[in-house]
Design a protein around this ligand. Structure first.
Ligand code: HEM
Length: 592
């Protein structure tokens, strides 16, 4: 140590002496010349890449096109650029980073699906990846070597064990019962519809992952996890704000956290080796093991228990285990509840489609029971309705995380360099007049076979809401299954309409464009009227809802951990925690 310091001091002294000999002005001029050469070389490289890559606005040195970014919803701007350049994909320079935006379904299919192997990686992401969970979490995992590819495959496989297409059929009872409870909650407290939907989505993934039901919308796990996800989603939207500087100059991430460019990052990357979801998982396994065998037999084995039993085989360290379990909450609760809030908005704005769906439900189901998945083959309009909910205002509006090619790739003669950010602009894809004429209109007919409004679309689902290729959403089957049952049940049960002004009785209009700005978007708060469709339906909602509460009782339980205090208890110094304000926006508050 001492010898190192001595050498450092000698070196410093030599540099000082050299500066004195050479003259301060000369040193400054030399430094300036070196900097100018570096910037020129870097800019020449940018322009060279620009000449090969898909078209886009002309970048400036260092800052690229960042100054052109709008304050809000850049996906709309990228859609406009695609129209302006008349190309399915464009290049937009965020600082020195060329990002490719795919604005067309067929192009997305060609690139992400047909070349899935090449586009299976994520790019280097400083804010969301390296300052977050990085290589320990499937969502941000990069593939730069065979070892990384093997590790990523193990994580996909382990997610599949929990929420794969076959496995999720075993969760139907949970989703069915929880959605019956949503109907009961809508009946009893209709103005709190957002909170009921958040409770539903969080409870489903909590039961699956931890075997614990979330019984109240005041359970902190809901507000904390959803707030955290919304913060993460906000950070992930390309913008001019400080944290995005880190993507251009990753070296800035090495500076102390007090530097201004960390503003707005909350406590990302400062967890000091303590993992909330891992602790929650250990607690859940203990709780499950303490239950009598007769109760255990009534529950699906909590996913965390499966993971712990696989941990040794796959050499799973604490942080990876934490990531895998946390993903169910992180990736599954805000997305699923936001989709259902969009459904409520669609009901208010397009009542004629709800009436059609209700006519079909009345003919097939009647009022003495609510719909079930087994009814789906007899409910073509309802099936189309749910698909349109997923298309109309897709929650993951820029397709979640960017993909990245593991080698240089060519599309239509344009270069997409290895390692670049390639993002599917789901907004533009689902707004293309060619596939979805009059795209802002909520129109289930688009998904009805033989209907005039139906257009060709790549793939068999008719939407790209869950991403693509090897990185397609791991929870897609669970989310589609849950969205179907909840939407079908609520359409069957209620008239969900625009609220009326209590003074004048006039309808209060809803704005179908009033959405949040995060990468997971949801409607801004709006009032609506929720009333059961008949007395008989009301009685069925109550009967089924109360039975569901009884059946779900086996999952009741308390956790002694709270995310907002967890890291405090681990004696880490944190600046604050993200919470939602009254408008549903994320703000950071001091933890007492
Ligand atoms: C409506 C609900 C949901 C939507 C719209 C949605 C959408 C997405 C999208 C667009 C991606 C990125 C795909 C890509 O990169 O191409 C993604 C990834 C992911 N989702 Fe979902 N998701 C939903 C629900 C869920 C649920 C319920 C879970 C878990 C139970 C989940 C777990 C994941 C995971 C683990 C990934 C990362 C996959 C990877 O990087 O390999 N999602 N999701």
């Amino acid at each position: 140590m001492l010898s190192e310091r001595l050498i450092d001091s000698l070196a410093l002294a030599k540099v000082q002496a050299a500066i004195t000999d050479f003259g301060t002005l000369n040193v400054l001029l030399t430094l300036l010349a070196i900097a100018a050469t570096a910037v020129t070389a870097d800019y020449a490289h940018m322009l060279y890449l620009r000449s090969k890559m898909p078209p886009g606005p002309f970048p400036l040195p260092i800052i690229g096109n960042t100054f052109l970014l709008p304050e809000n919803k850049p996906w709309i701007y990228f859609e406009e650029l695609s129209r302006k350049y008349n190309t399915p994909l464009i290049t937009f320079w965020i600082g020195r980073n060329p990002t490719v935006w795919i604005n067309d379904a067929w192009c997305a299919h060609e690139i992400f699906e047909k070349k899935a192997q090449v586009y299976a990686s994520r790019p280097r992401m400083v804010v969301f990846g390296e300052l977050g969970t990085g290589q320990a979490n499937l969502v941000t995992m990069r593939i730069r070597s065979n070892e990384e590819r093997d590790r990523w495959r193990i994580h996909r496989k382990l997610m599949h064990l929990g929420v794969g297409t076959q496995t999720v059929r075993g969760y139907r009872n949970i989703q069915n019962n929880e959605s019956k409870v949503v109907a009961l909650d809508f009946l009893r407290e209709p103005t709190e519809y957002v909170k009921h939907l958040e409770r539903y989505a969080t409870s489903v993934v909590s039961i699956i992952a931890f075997g614990r039901r979330v019984a109240s919308f005041n359970d902190p796990i809901i507000t904390e996890v959803i707030a955290l996800m919304q913060l993460a989603a906000d950070l992930n939207v390309p913008g001019k704000s400080f944290p995005m500087l880190l993507e251009t100059f990753p070296i800035l991430a090495k500076f102390p956290r007090s530097m201004p460019w960390f503003k707005g990052l909350g406590t990302r990357g400062q967890k000091g080796g303590h993992y909330f979801f891992h602790t929650l998982a250990q607690e859940a396994v203990e709780h499950f093991d303490q239950k009598p065998p007769s109760v255990q037999a009534e529950m699906p084995t909590p996913y965390v228990k499966t993971l712990f039993s696989e941990a040794e085989k796959y050499n799973l360290p604490t942080n990876e285990l934490s990531g895998l379990t946390g993903n169910l909450f992180g990736a599954g609760s805000d997305t699923s509840s936001s989709t259902l809030i969009t459904f409520v908005l669609a009901c208010c704005a397009f009542p004629e489609t709800v009436r059609k769906a209700q006519a079909e439900l009345d003919a097939v189901i009647g009022a003495s029971r609510s719909p079930h998945w087994d009814d789906a083959p007899q409910l073509p309009y309802m099936n189309a309705f749910v698909k349109e909910v997923l298309r109309w205002r897709s929650v993951a509006i820029i397709g979640g995380q960017p993909h990245s090619p593991t080698q240089d790739d060519m599309y239509n003669g344009w270069l997409i360099p290895a390692g670049s950010w390639v993002q599917g602009n789901v907004w533009a894809i689902h707004h293309h007049e060619r596939e979805f004429p009059d795209p802002d209109r909520f129109l289930p007919d688009r998904y009805l076979d033989g209907n005039d409004h139906k257009r060709p679309f790549p793939g068999d689902r008719g939407y790209m809401t869950f991403g693509w290729g090897r990185r397609v959403c791991s929870g897609q089957a669970l989310a589609e299954q849950g969205t179907w049952i909840t939407v079908a049940r609520l359409v069957w049960a209620f008239n969900i309409t625009k609220a009326r002004d209590p003074a004048t009785g006039a309808e209060i209009d809803v704005d179908i464009f009033a959405y949040t700005n995060g990468l997971n978007m949801r409607p801004l708060p709006f009032p609506c009227d929720i009333k059961p469709r008949s007395d008989e339906i009301r009685a069925t909602i109550i009967r089924e809802g109360e039975q569901a509460l009884q059946d779900l009782g086996v999952h009741d339980g308390e956790s002694k951990y709270r995310m907002s205090t967890f890291y405090q208890q681990q004696k880490r110094k944190l600046d604050g925690e993200p919470v939602l304000d009254e408008n549903g926006n994320v703000k950071i508050v001091k933890v007492k």
